[in-house]
Design a protein. Structure first.
Length: 341
């Protein structure tokens, strides 16, 4: 994916926010946006977030601006969000992307019809949990030894005690998270859990929801609140574009980069996937330290060969190695952690 604003022949690059059905693209009324159509789909494009700096704070502001724009587009038409930071060199490349990605876009729109993403953050009373943990026999016994100054040194006891508390906390959270996840996923089409980023978080997940199931989700959250006696707090954000379940990734490669990859592997433009893999294995034997010896192998050379193989293989799968190749994929966020662990 191009994440830097690089255009062709001095032209400004095009920032892509989303893919929409061409028939509904005209309904988008947001300022500073326009659509570029090819076939049944259109790309919603604009100048993109202003690049202030590469600091975390600036990137967060830019990401929020990107998401706000996608949510505006979503009010007018079904949408497939494009990965944050995606620049495409020119309109010809945008149209090539739409044509190449057409089958994937069609299948994804069919799968997500009538769906939106909802993000749910569930917090628990971690202080109450710590109080319960302190009553566990093993932990209470160690605390007593610490207070009586019996057994190992204070530092050793502190380390052991801290480890036991952490294990108990994670065990309790995993049990609760698994139960909550299994309950909440029943009202959704799909669900992805994310790792807890703080002790106060019991479960963080995103649900892919049919619009007519939103009321059922509200009722389920109320039931969970009652079941747990108000010991949990719920934060629900949505409906959102389906970022976690279908984000479009676009990669454009200039002819020079493609030609360099072909030279590295010594293959021609018509090379198929099998030929590319064979060429990679031959080249790897010449530079890999384990195969060619420590004095011959070079990690930078190996990395360049691996990238060349990846690039050529992807474009071979796409069907050609054109002068302006564009690779398109629709990605679902992988399962972030195992709630049953």
């Amino acid at each position: 994916m191009n994440t830097q604003p690089i255009g062709l022949a001095g032209k400004a690059p095009i920032y892509v926010y989303a893919i929409v059905p061409a028939r509904t693209g005209a309904a988008i009324g947001a300022d500073q946006l326009r659509t570029i159509a090819a076939g049944p789909f259109a790309a919603v494009v604009g100048e993109g977030p202003k690049v202030e700096s590469r600091s975390r704070e600036a990137l967060v502001r830019q990401l929020l601006a990107h998401q706000k724009t996608v949510e505006q587009i979503m009010q007018a038409t079904p949408v497939l969000p494009v990965k944050f930071g995606t620049f495409v060199p020119d309109e010809a490349s945008v149209r090539a992307m739409l044509e190449r990605g057409g089958p994937a876009f069609s299948a994804t729109f069919d799968r997500l019809e009538g769906c939106a993403q909802v993000e749910i953050l569930i917090r628990w009373d971690v202080q109450a949990v710590f109080a319960e943990i302190a009553k566990e026999d093993a932990i209470a016994g160690l605390k007593k030894k610490w207070e009586l100054n019996v057994g190992p040194s204070d530092e050793a006891l502190r380390v052991v005690l801290g480890g036991l508390v952490k294990q108990s906390l994670e065990r309790r959270r995993a049990t609760l998270a698994a139960a909550l996840f299994e309950t909440l996923r029943t009202v959704g089409v799909d669900a992805i859990p994310y790792p807890a980023t703080a002790d106060q978080v019991a479960l963080h997940l995103v649900l892919l929801m049919k619009s007519d199931r939103m009321a059922a989700l509200d009722r389920l959250l109320e039931e969970l609140d009652a079941t747990h006696g108000g010991r949990l707090s719920f934060r629900c954000v949505g409906p959102l574009a389906p970022y976690s379940f279908a984000t479009v990734e676009i990669e454009t490669v200039d002819a020079g980069t493609l030609a360099q990859a072909m030279r590295l592997l010594d293959v021609g433009p018509a090379a198929g996937a099998a030929e590319i893999r064979a060429a990679y294995r031959r080249a790897a034997k010449r530079v890999h330290p384990d195969m060619a010896g420590a004095d011959v192998g070079d990690s930078a050379d190996m990395a360049a060969l691996t990238e060349a193989c990846r690039l050529l293989s992807l474009h071979a799968e796409a069907g050609d190695l054109a002068d302006r190749p564009v690779l398109v994929s629709v990605r679902r966020q992988e399962l972030a952690f195992n709630v049953a662990a």
